[in-house]
Design a protein around this ligand. Structure first.
Ligand code: UDP
Ligand code: MG
Length: 382
């Protein structure tokens, strides 16, 4: 593929946004059309109880490129995003909120950045966030700071829904729970080359936010999950085993202390709290070890269910397309028409011809670039 602009799927989760849909589509369509003729908008109605579905259906009837997915209930933003991304068919996936707090006008710059820098993901950064300081900005800054520290993924605004991803990366993300807030971390974990760009942020005009302060607590709990996935996903016994060994050691020491106190000082063992500590520590140690073994079994079931190569491949040299596809099939969902086509390359919008297909992407590096001062920090992938 040469000289052709990349096709784009815009994925938008919606929950009770009936008044926001018309202005959103009217702003988004010209922006996408200015980038490519080959675009689609996937609107995912996450069980709205207002008139959102009727509005969506009206737009879908007028233009077949506007596609609608209606979930049977309100399953949350992550589920809605996952459903939309799963059905995306274009080269690039753009995600954004349906309440117009993200500005579609930022999309061309983000797509240009992705192509120019040969990135896999470009995240938005709401530097001047137009939300309440105490309820939104402050908790979000604290959470972002903590997540950056814990995960070592240097993206400033993990909560910004506006991002552009290559479809192959977007469809590899395992989105469940409330993981849409950790897309930057999950993409980094999958070896995606990421960068960020300052984007506009508007106050909400219609409807109200679906989240309160309690979301911050949820984010902290999710951070524990993400940290565990990052560090111990493929070898959980290393985590549980350490805890198990630690507890067993405490049990041994406490037992030995209780015994020696009995022998040397005649202290009654049954009345000695050290004996209790020893028994409990042993039991907890055994529990942790068993948990570790079970988790190891789960990991094996997970990997065998995926089949083929279980880690993401960026590039294969001197391998046939068939071999490559076999190896990477588990990570890529491709439409039947693409199965038979040649490996694709994308042209840059403002810049020279740049590769899209993972076979041609050059390195395993995570490139993180901030727009301000255009300083370019290149970090080795975790
Ligand atoms: N959303 C959704 N399902 C939910 C909650 C939210 O699809 O259960 C959508 C919502 O319609 C919006 C986006 O997710 O398009 C972000 O939600 P919101 O604007 O309430 O989040 P905030 O901007 O306050 O963080
Ligand atoms: Mg919002």
């Amino acid at each position: 593929m040469s000289g052709k602009a990349p096709s784009i799927s815009a994925v938008i989760p919606l929950y009770n946004e009936e008044e926001n849909v018309p202005p959103l589509i009217e702003r988004l369509v010209p922006v996408l059309s200015s980038l490519t003729d080959n675009w689609e908008i996937i609107l995912v109605n996450d069980g709205s109880t207002d008139g959102t579905q009727a509005v969506l259906e009206k737009y879908a009837q007028e233009d077949p490129r506007i596609r609608v997915i209606e979930l049977r209930g309100n399953y949350g933003q992550t589920a809605a995003l996952a459903a939309g991304i799963h059905h995306a068919t274009k080269d690039l996936v753009v995600t954004l909120d349906g309440d117009l707090q993200n500005d579609p006008a930022d999309i061309p710059q983000m797509v240009g950045k992705l192509l120019q820098g040969n990135y896999d993901v470009v995240h938005g950064w709401r530097r001047h966030r137009r939300d309440s300081f105490l309820l939104r900005n402050l908790p979000s800054r604290v959470a972002n700071w903590l997540i950056r520290r814990v995960t070592r993924v240097p993206v400033h605004d993990l909560g910004c829904a506006l991002r552009v991803m290559r479809r192959e990366i977007a469809q590899e993300l395992e989105l469940c729970g409330q993981m849409h807030r950790f897309i930057a971390v999950l993409a980094h974990w999958r070896g995606a080359r990421s960068t960020e760009i300052t984007t506009h942020h508007n106050p909400r005009r219609f409807g109200k936010s679906k989240y309160g302060l309690e979301r911050t607590i949820g984010v902290f709990l999710d951070l524990l999950t993400v940290k565990f996935i990052l560090d111990y996903f493929s070898s959980p016994m290393r985590f549980f085993g350490r805890l198990g060994l630690g507890c067993t050691l405490i049990g041994l020491l406490a037992g030995a202390a209780a015994l020696s106190m009995k022998i040397l000082q005649g202290v009654d063992m049954t009345g000695n709290p050290l004996l209790l500590l020893s028994v409990f520590s042993f039991m907890i140690g055994v529990q942790f070890m068993s948990l570790g073994l079970l988790a190891e079994l789960c990991v094996r079931v997970y990997y065998t269910s995926k089949g083929g190569v279980t880690f993401p491949i960026r590039k294969c040299i001197n391998l046939t397309e068939v071999q490559h596809r076999k190896d990477t099939a588990v990570w890529q969902t491709q439409s039947p028409s693409e199965e038979t086509s040649e490996p694709q390359t994308l042209p840059a919008i403002p810049a020279p011809h740049l590769p899209l297909n993972s076979m041609e992407n050059p390195s395993y590096q995570f490139r993180h670039q901030c727009r301000e001062g255009d300083e370019d920090r290149t970090l080795a992938a975790a």
